[in-house]
Design a protein around this ligand. Structure first.
Ligand code: G3P
Ligand code: MG
Length: 230
């Protein structure tokens, strides 16, 4: 397959290289930089969907301990950087508001059902969403619950059979690690009709190499440095 003329640029955790990751401020920064999509990480806590990467609080907030040991109100009282609160997925959907696509990464356990419920409730406002996960069981659940929402299968290495694992997921895209970017894997995903996105690419020469291998899009903490245009 010929290399795409232009990479699709996805702001990673918003624009995590510029603002505190997975905050509304980070999402807004990514949108200002002209990304094609924004990626955020989601956990279900206390019956709510919160946007945060880790299952512990220390790295990205002024809190301590595990997410799961907190109530939603306790989490919302924390500082996630520059005075930002941990956002809900609903708030992120409102912030993006159709200005870009949104990649919702199911990070926490058992997140498919509540995410499907939220996206169904939002109706057409959820059309621009791709749901991704390293947890392919959750992706399969998403497929059963809300088949019309696109699925992206995350993978950290190079599986036996390349992209064959995504067959039963009906995936729109394979999201592969930049560390394990291999031409035959890219080609196999394309042959199976899937788009290939690579995480995380923060240098222009790495983005150019990915494009030359036929990669369709990249996740970046610094979308402006790898070719997003406001
Ligand atoms: O969705 C792409 C990328 O975010 C996957 O890895 O650990 O940054 O969530 P991680
Ligand atoms: Mg992620």
């Amino acid at each position: 397959m010929p290399a795409p003329s232009r990479l699709y640029v996805i702001g990673h955790r918003g624009a995590a290289g510029h603002e505190p990751e997975n905050t509304l401020r980070s999402v807004e920064a990514a949108l200002r930089l002209g990304v094609d999509a924004v990626e955020v990480d989601v956990h279900a806590v206390d019956g709510r969907l919160v946007v945060i990467h880790d299952e512990r609080l220390e790295r990205t907030t002024n809190g301590h301990g595990r997410l799961a040991d907190h109530t939603f109100a306790q989490l919302r009282a924390l500082d996630a950087g520059r005075g930002e609160r941990i956002p809900t997925l609903d708030e992120v959907l409102d912030a993006v508001g159709g200005r870009a696509e949104l990649v919702v990464e199911l990070k926490g356990a058992e997140t498919a059902a509540p995410v499907a419920t939220l996206l169904r409730a939002r109706g057409p406002a959820a059309d621009d969403v791709v749901v991704s996960s390293f947890d392919h069981v959750q992706l399969a659940r998403m497929r059963a619950l809300l088949p019309e929402v696109r699925r992206g299968a995350l993978v950290g290495g190079v599986p036996l059979g390349y992209a064959a694992f995504a067959r039963d997921l009906g995936a729109h895209s394979v999201h592969m690690s930049a560390e394990f970017l291999r031409a035959p894997f890219v080609d196999d995903a394309h042959r199976r009709g899937m788009v290939v996105w690579v995480y995380t690419v923060n240098r222009r020469d790495d983005a150019e190499r990915a494009r030359a291998l036929g990669v369709d899009g990249v996740f970046s903490d610094v979308p402006d440095e790898i070719g997003a245009e406001a």
